[in-house]
Design a protein around this ligand. Structure first.
Ligand SMILES: [Zn+2]
Length: 339
């Protein structure tokens, strides 16, 4: 094995020590006063975040999908520091990153919510309306799961199913009174916070996973908190802008960082995962756009596209396309169907 390969493997396997663990999160110390909030598997939609403890205050990145999870994180932060939470960053509008917002202003009335201007717009236009959709579909989903759980004979499977049902019931009760607090400070390119001797850069490199993905970069600590612009495997393309996403990620990859916290999955060390993802995206976008421009239908594209060579290291990759939603979104974008 080449030395370089060992280094990549070593980088991928280095796991920071767990500072504390609650029901839904592990807090991993990744720098002086900087913690990755890594959600444990088993939630309906678990998303990661981060805690940055500054000289006089605390900044939180992303608020998970229900206020009780934000409150749970607040309780963990309280064990680490008596300093007040002053800032909450929303990396993008998706409900699993914003629905806990209200918990912070309830506990800290002076808290400011920071996001890209497009994220504030999309919380209003998309995240808040989608709560109604969830309220309409969740009761039937719970009922279906209860019927399925009743028929289970394996004790362990039944316990797991009942825990998932309890989680959904809790989610439903919180959704019924949920008000997503909107960002109070927005920007269109960058915002830099100087807190004591810590510099926190909030940077926008363009559209990608959504129209308003912001990364948080700590230059001195060489830490990047990237939201869902990058995940452990193939990210969610549902609301994405695939061609721009590749360019956006290339911009992010030029930052000088050693530790990366992504919106889903474990803490990463180094850039290997990001570069692997860029290579996949470049190939997918290039091939799909070429075929779309030649006039091929989506079914024809699907039939002739094979991205299987990118399978290794991208969790959830389903050969031959990797992810059909990603390919469809890329095709629609090439055809000018995405505004
Ligand atoms: Zn997302």
């Amino acid at each position: 094995m080449k030395k370089q390969t060992w280094l990549v493997l070593l980088g991928t396997l280095l796991v920071p020590a767990i500072a504390c663990a609650s029901t839904n999160f592990d807090l991993q110390k990744i720098g002086d006063g900087v913690y990755a909030v890594i959600v444990k598997p088993g939630n309906i939609v678990g998303s990661n975040g981060a805690v940055i403890i500054n000289k006089d205050d605390v900044l939180i990145i992303d608020t998970h999908y229900r206020p009780s999870m934000a409150a749970e994180l607040m309780a963990e932060v309280k064990k680490l520091t008596p300093k007040p939470i002053r800032y909450v960053v929303n990396t993008h509008w998706h409900n699993d990153h914003t629905q806990g917002n209200e918990a912070y202003v309830n506990a800290f009335p002076n808290v400011e919510y920071l996001s890209h201007v497009n994220t504030r717009r999309d919380i209003i236009a998309k995240a808040i309306p989608s709560i109604k959709d969830s309220l309409a579909t969740l009761p039937a989903d719970i009922q279906r799961r209860e019927q399925a759980a009743a028929a289970l004979t394996d004790a362990a499977a039944k316990t797991r199913a009942m825990a998932e049902i309890a989680d959904r019931k809790l989610y439903l009760s919180e959704l019924q009174k949920m008000q997503i607090t909107l960002p109070t400070l927005t920007f269109d390119h960058s915002m830099i916070l100087h807190r004591g001797d810590r510099e926190i850069q909030l940077l926008y490199f363009g559209r990608g996973h959504t129209a308003g993905d912001v990364v948080t970069y700590l230059p001195k600590e060489k830490i990047l908190i990237a939201g869902d612009l990058i995940t452990n495997g193939i990210p969610n393309y549902r609301d994405s802008f695939p061609a721009e996403w590749t360019a956006t990620l290339k911009g992010v990859s030029h930052l000088d960082f050693e530790t990366l916290v992504s919106g889903h999955g474990p803490v990463q060390t180094g850039k290997s995962q990001m570069l692997r993802l860029i290579t996949f995206m470049d190939d997918m976008v290039g091939q799909v756009r070429k075929m779309a421009n030649e006039g091929k239908s989506f079914d024809e594209v699907k039939a002739s596209l094979d991205l299987s060579k990118h399978k290794d290291g991208l969790a959830g990759f389903q050969p031959p396309l990797g992810n059909e939603v990603a390919v469809k979104r890329t095709y629609d974008e090439a055809k000018g169907l995405i505004p």
